[in-house]
Write a protein that binds this ligand. Structure first.
Ligand SMILES: Cc1ncc(C[n+]2csc(CCOP(=O)(O)OP(=O)(O)O)c2C)c(N)n1
Ligand SMILES: [Mg+2]
Length: 693
């Protein structure tokens, strides 16, 4: 019997050999790296094997096929599970242009170099870095919450694009999580919303091993998880033995036929399964087993004790005959179906093509408003609401909502037919996240990973509640959109708990995140124009609650300057400024008013509108120096936020009019006086700088 004939699909010996290959690759990789988490891959190898080789609709030859099932490893520390299975299924690598590269996404060499620089087998699953990873995970809870966004996306896509006889989108989302994920609040937020929305296409498998880093869960986590999820409205199943792949498969098939609610499978497992001294202990969680223990564990599996990184004959073939054949057949069937669909519903098919490439439809920016000059003006949030309503009508797959603040954020889509997304109206484009900012962030990420153009909104101060997800959007290079209103002290009376101070600095410090704080209604329009064209970057839009004058653009420079991050809004007659006033958002008008006064007093001041530091940073040096001339060191930055970081633009001899404390509860006008956001202070500071007191 040749090696490849050694066993066939459905053959228990073959199943076991594949499972033990996942286990031993994981143990060997962690040992070689001298870091990582061996115990959970050893315990969950049968689960991952069953999902992948018996159940999931996934074609390793085309890992971006749109109707594939999604697999999320929310307990990202167990990444060796994913690297092993991506390798053993020979999942193919795809580049950023969605082209197959003709090589495996994870090679055996990558696994040998687990956690080393440039290895595709990184410490945690990294979307964008390794093909076949559906989302970055590692911060516990994020993966499961993100999976809720994926499930919403699939529901929405199906509602819009499926037609009688054309089930174009009917995929499922499988997420694996541990005690840590289920302790994190973000998972609870996501689970609650998933049940409310009746996301029957969502299955979480909970690795109930009673172990976290500090030891037994008896220290911290003694709730009844089953009762909790039943309370949310989930379908809860239990598999008492993580090694029983037939029962796992049965539970997964019950998930497949459950209607109207998501499914949680509670799987009792033994961390470090097979390691005689470490099984069921926290030591199996986060450190290599050690050579001796590995040998003993391999002996318990009936494995050659000294073999390392061994993939026995027949293992690749077993996966090829399981997931390879099944996934390939399903993908080919789908492609055939999609070709017929293209013939019959060509406009819809063209939309799907665009979605999959993160494109925009022709005319996506038609009817964007142009706001006339108006000294009373309009609040940033109101301008934003008008723009969102135009964009959502121009771009079918642009949708989103707020964490219960739509009336304040002005994010509600009010046009006829927009509709609420609910269990019985999955075609709706208005999302209601409830008061769940953290899950909202993760769900927006899940929607973005599913190629939907999504936004989430709340008050800027509560961006803190969503920040871990925003950070992941930046790491994943997702074009997610976060709309934050009440950008500074505009909500006066609400007081310091509601007035952002350090949030802008935090957003600006996040690599790859585009932060924009527009100064008037036309800058809001330009901000959206800029954001919509981003394909690989998330954006944060920071908007005012209170009306801001709409600048007369025949007098001042056009708002399109926003696309360069900062631009010269106003100059003294003949140019050649001796002083530069730099401001963003609501403080721009303060700079403009001070500028007019200063001009009257013979000071040659310039006003620079700076809605985005990071976009300005990307401009060529000569442009930057044309806006902020190196020779002019009399510079004043004005912003109702922490002064942190403005030194880089005003230099050692400039001044920053900003916040050094938290705010206070009072009407806005009084706060402006108390904290010195008044033209008089700007004028006085300018004169002091220029030595003309
Ligand atoms: C938000 C967050 N907090 C803390 C950690 C650090 N951490 C990684 S794994 C882990 C324990 C997780 O326990 P569990 O989910 O039960 O995983 P198991 O050890 O059973 O695999 C912790 C605290 C993290 N990755 N993310
Ligand atoms: Mg655990």
């Amino acid at each position: 019997m040749s090696a490849t004939q050694a066993f066939s699909s459905g053959d228990a010996r073959g199943d076991q050999l594949c499972i033990n290959t996942i286990r031993t690759l994981s143990m060997d990789a962690v040992q070689q790296a001298k870091s990582g988490h061996p115990g959970t891959p050893m315990a969950l190898a049968p689960l991952v094997y069953t999902i992948w080789n018996r159940v999931m609709r996934f074609d390793p030859k085309d890992p971006i096929w749109p109707n594939r099932d999604r697999f999320v490893l929310s307990n990202g520390h167990a990444s060796m599970l994913l690297w092993s299975v991506l390798h053993l299924t020979q999942t193919q690598a795809v580049n950023a242009d969605y082209e197959l590269l003709g090589q495996a996404s994870v090679t055996l060499d990558d696994i040998r170099r687990f956690r080393q620089l440039d290895s595709k087998a990184a410490g945690h699953p990294e979307y964008h870095w390794t093909s076949g990873v559906e989302t970055t995970s590692g911060p516990l809870g994020q993966g499961v919450a993100t999976s809720v966004g994926m499930a919403i996306a699939r529901k929405w896509l199906a509602a819009r694009y499926n037609r009688p006889d054309f089930e174009i989108f009917d995929y499922n989302i499988y997420a694996v999580c541990g005690d840590g994920c289920l302790m994190e609040g973000v998972a609870s937020e996501g689970a609650s919303l998933a049940a409310h929305l009746g996301l029957e296409n969502l299955c979480w498998v909970y690795d109930n091993n009673h172990i976290t880093i500090e030891g037994s869960t008896s220290l911290t986590f003694t709730e009844d998880v089953s009762a909790r999820f039943l309370g949310y409205g989930w379908n809860v199943l239990r598999v008492g033995d993580a090694n029983d792949i037939d029962r796992i498969e049965r539970a997964l098939s019950i998930f497949g036929s459950t209607k109207g609610r998501p499914t949680l499978i509670i799987l009792d497992s033994h961390i470090g399964y097979g390691a005689p001294h470490k099984q069921d202990t926290a030591e199996a969680h986060g450190e290599p087993l050690g050579e001796d223990e590995i040998r003993l564990a391999k002996r318990s599996y009936g494995w050659p004790e000294d073999a390392k990184f061994l993939v026995p004959d027949g293992v690749y073939e077993h996966f090829a005959r399981g997931i390879g054949d099944r996934g390939g057949a399903r993908r080919r069937e789908w492609s055939g179906l999609f070709n017929e669909y293209r013939a019959k519903h060509s406009a819809l098919a063209a939309e799907i093509d665009l979605i999959e490439r993160r494109g925009l439809p022709a005319g996506w920016d038609r009817n964007l408003p142009v706001f006339p000059a108006d000294p009373t003006g309009m609040a940033g949030r109101d301008a934003s609401g008008k723009v969102l309503n135009v964009l959502a009508q121009n771009i079918p797959w642009f949708l989103g909502g707020s964490a219960d603040l739509a009336p304040s954020n002005k994010t509600r889509l009010t046009y006829q037919g927009a509709g609420d997304f609910q269990a019985d109206s999955p075609e709706g484009k208005i999302l209601h996240f409830g008061i769940r900012e953290h899950a909202m962030g993760a769900i927006v990420n899940g929607l973005s990973l599913s190629k939907i153009r999504a936004f989430g909104a709340t008050f800027f101060i509560f961006s803190d509640y969503a920040r871990p997800a925003i950070r992941l959007a930046a790491i994943m290079e997702l074009p997610a959109i976060f709309v934050f209103t009440h950008d500074a002290m505009g909500d006066g009376e609400d007081g310091p708990t509601h007035q952002p101070v350090e949030q802008l600095a935090a957003m600006r410090a996040t690599p790859g995140l585009v932060t924009l704080r527009p100064a008037d209604a036309n800058e809001v329009v330009e901000a959206y124009r800029y954001i919509l064209e981003l394909r690989h970057k998330p954006a944060v839009l920071v908007l005012s609650r209170q009306p801001l004058p709409t600048l007369d653009r025949s007098r001042y420079a056009p708002a399109s300057g926003l696309a360069r991050g900062a631009y010269v809004l106003a100059d003294p007659p003949g140019g050649n400024p001796e002083l530069v006033l730099i401001a963003s958002g609501s403080e721009l008008i303060l700079a403009v008013n001070a500028h007019e006064t200063l001009l009257g007093e013979g000071v040659r001041s310039r006003v620079v509108s700076m809605p985005s530091w990071d976009i300005f940073d990307q401009q060529p040096k000569d442009y930057q120096e044309s806006v902020l001339p190196p020779a002019v060191d009399a510079r004043i930055a004005i912003e109702q936020a922490s002064t942190f970081g403005w030194e880089r633009f005003v230099g050692g001899s400039g001044r920053i009019i900003g916040m050094k404390t938290f705010g206070a509860s009072a009407p806005l006008k009084e706060l402006q006086r108390k904290f010195g956001f008044e033209p008089g202070r700007v004028v006085a500071t300018a004169k002091e700088l220029l030595g003309r007191m």
